[in-house]
Design a protein around this ligand. Structure first.
Ligand SMILES: Nc1ncnc2c1ncn2[C@@H]1O[C@H](COP(=O)(O)OP(=O)(O)OP(=O)(O)O)[C@@H](O)[C@H]1O
Ligand SMILES: [Mg+2]
Length: 202
């Protein structure tokens, strides 16, 4: 299955989420490849860092989406490659949209839904949003309002999983390690596990 992690807004955590979800799937023994269509290639950099450090398992990177897919493919793409965004929308079976709890992010999500409708062809892929970089405060108004507005949007479901703004997610990407490899029983690992289960219905 092709899972696209995307949003029109930059810095919402697309690459961090794609990287961690791919390693989460590998932990489950799934066959996984990641496709980095972003010219910034940050996802590829994190995977290369992993290789250089000799960290196992290594993640397979592919340059383009294959005509036939076996196993799981996670695609990371941003607005600097709109042709890639359009192709990935056409090919994806599901789209996961990380949204930071801010008005600008929610607006960008609304526009992204329009873009998906425009480029998806006959069947709109299943679209699900979740709050990333969530305010750590348990009763945060920003988190609550983001969920409320996302819930009201058409064509997109809101996952109950969320990833809080945590140092472990930042370290994860910069060190080439999944959050559960950095802190096996940490809160970040538990949040990723919940997200992975919801996304892949495990
Ligand atoms: N849950 C989180 N907690 C803390 N930091 C996070 C979290 N998610 C992402 N980040 C940090 O936010 C920054 C942006 O993340 P990332 O590069 O994954 O976003 P992106 O959407 O891929 O960005 P771009 O649009 O530039 O491709 C990075 O510094 C990353 O470490
Ligand atoms: Mg990115």
């Amino acid at each position: 299955m092709i899972t696209l992690v995307a949003n029109l807004k930059g810095g919402t955590g697309k690459s961090t989420v794609a990287f961690n979800l791919a390693l989460w799937l590998m932990k489950r023994d799934d066959k996984v490849a990641v496709c980095d269509l972003d010219p910034q290639a940050t996802l590829r950099d994190a995977i290369e860092l992993r290789e250089e450090e000799g960290i196992a398992p290594s993640l397979k990177v592919i340059d383009e989406l294959p005509q036939r897919t076996t196993g799981e493919i996670i695609v990371d793409v941003g607005t600097s490659n709109m042709i890639g965004v359009h192709e990935a929308i056409r090919r994806a079976q599901q789209i996961i949209v990380p949204v930071a709890p801010s008005q600008a992010d929610v607006w960008a999500t609304q526009r992204f839904i329009e873009l998906v409708k425009e480029h998806a062809g006959r069947r709109i892929p299943r679209m699900r949003a979740f709050v990333n970089r969530a305010d750590p405060h348990p009763r945060s108004r920003e988190n609550r309002e983001a969920v409320e507005v996302l819930t009201a949007l058409p064509h997109i479901e809101v996952l109950s999983a969320r990833l809080t703004q945590r140092l472990v997610f930042r370290r994860s990407f910069s060190e080439g390690l999944a959050v559960f490899e950095l802190e096996r029983s940490g809160k970040g690992a538990a949040e990723l596990d919940k997200l992975g289960r919801e996304v892949y219905q495990a």
